[in-house]
Write a new protein. Structure first.
Length: 64
């Protein structure tokens, strides 16, 4: 009999509330960014979010 694991189990998540890395989703989904394949990717999650937000802001300014 095979068991079905939790989605994202074995992957890494960044918790935006505690600012910690979780292996497998351990917190409420509303607090998590991910999943990421490596701890390093999860650690850099907020930098990636900030870079995307800045790019979108620039795009919006160019469109106005």
């Amino acid at each position: 009999m095979s068991s079905v694991g939790t989605p994202g189990e074995g992957q890494y998540w960044y918790n935006v509330t505690t600012k910690t890395i979780e292996r497998g989703p351990q917190s409420d989904w509303s607090r998590l960014l991910g999943p990421y394949d490596s701890e390093e990717e999860a650690r850099n999650a907020m930098a990636k979010v900030q870079a995307r937000n800045e790019a979108w802001d620039e795009q919006e300014e160019d469109e106005e």
